[in-house]
Structure formats: C-alpha cells, structure tokens
Design a protein around this ligand. Sequence first.
Ligand code: B16
Ligand code: MG
Length: 211
Amino acid sequence: MKYKGIIFDLDGVICSTDEYHYQAWKALADRLGIPFDRERNNLLRGVSRMESLNIILEKSEIAYTEEEKLAFAEEKNNTYRQLLARMSTADLSEEVENALHHFKRKGLKLAIGSSSKNAPYILEKIGLADFFQAVADGNGITHSKPHPEVFLLAADMISLAPKDCLVVEDAHAGVEAAVAGGFDCAAMGDAKSSPEAKYHLESFGDLLDIV
Ligand code: B16
Ligand code: MG
C-alpha cells in the first residue's frame, strides 16, 4: 500500500458544508452592503472564521472595530449553525460513505484535518461521529490553513509520519498546508487543478484508484 493513512478535509470533501459557509457569509455581506460572490468565496476555503471575515471586509468602505467584527463572526456562525442543524445522514453521499468504508476495511488509518470549529457537530449530523481514528479541527489549533498545523496534528494523532499519509483537500490553502507539512495531496473541487497537488480528483471516488 502506498499510504498508511488518509487525512480528509471536511467542508467540501466529506460533505458539502462549503455551500452553507457561502450562504451564511453571503447573508452577512448582503446585510452590510459588501460585494461578495462565489468567486470571492473561494478565497475563504480552508481559512479560519476571523480570517474569512477580514477577507470579506477588505471590500467594505467602513473600518469596523474588533468588537463589531466579533459580533459579525458570531452572526455568520449562527446562520451557519442553523443550516447545519437541518443536516442528517442523508447528507453523506453514498460515494463518500462507500469509499470511506473501503479504506477502513483495507486497514488504513483515517483522520479529519479541518479548520472548522464546527467539525464535531457536522460529523455527528452526518453519522460519522465515531468513524475516524482522529479528528484534528479548528478547536485544537493556533494557525489555520495554509499553515500545516492541523495536518501535522492529525498525523500525530494517528501516529504516522507525513510521508505515510495522503491529504485530501478542496481548498488551495489546504493543498498549500499539506505540501508545507510534507504530505502528498489529492485535490478536488475548487483546488482540483492545483499544480502543487500530486493527484487531481474529478470526484471523491477517484481516490479508490490511488490508495
Ligand atoms: P468554522 P475545512 C474550513 O473547513 C472551511 O473551509 C472554511 O470556509 C471555514 O472558514 C473554516 O473551516 C472555519 O470554519 O467557522 O466552522 O470554524 O474546509 O478546513 O474543513
Ligand atoms: Mg474544505
């Protein structure tokens, strides 16, 4: 086997919560009268909530205080959590579920490496709360992607060296983080054509041909 473990990004890889991030930020941006579209949303993939907010506010003519910014981040998160609350096991696609079980049967160690503080809640909603051997997420790190911290933490939690793990990502910041940490990376979605990624996936199931 080429790899002993796989570290999966969550939003945009395991499930489509990237769409909910977009909708929640869009609602905030519209309320504040700040231009924001799907293309600009791609800059937020993999980066932390506050960094995402700062990217959105670059297009604002108003300089907001730190206190106001914290309130905006909370407002976005509340909208996002309302969208997450409607999720269920039906939001885990058969394609992803089948591939994950296949990798587990093969004896690979499987982990999550996500910048999101909502990762445990999402995993619970889609029925994967106890599936992964390790969950490294926004609650346990200081630097979000493109810093490699979350992937290094995940690898450490499953007792594997970066060279023995494949990272699966949909964000350019995530691919950068994986490469910086010494991991091979399979990219999909927005990052699919990333030149830094070793593998380019049309969809999640293509992983079955790699690992
Ligand atoms: P939260 P991932 C990332 O998750 C998202 O891609 C990014 O858009 C979001 O800002 C970040 O989590 C923080 O999320 O506000 O829920 O803590 O793609 O690394 O799984
Ligand atoms: Mg992602």
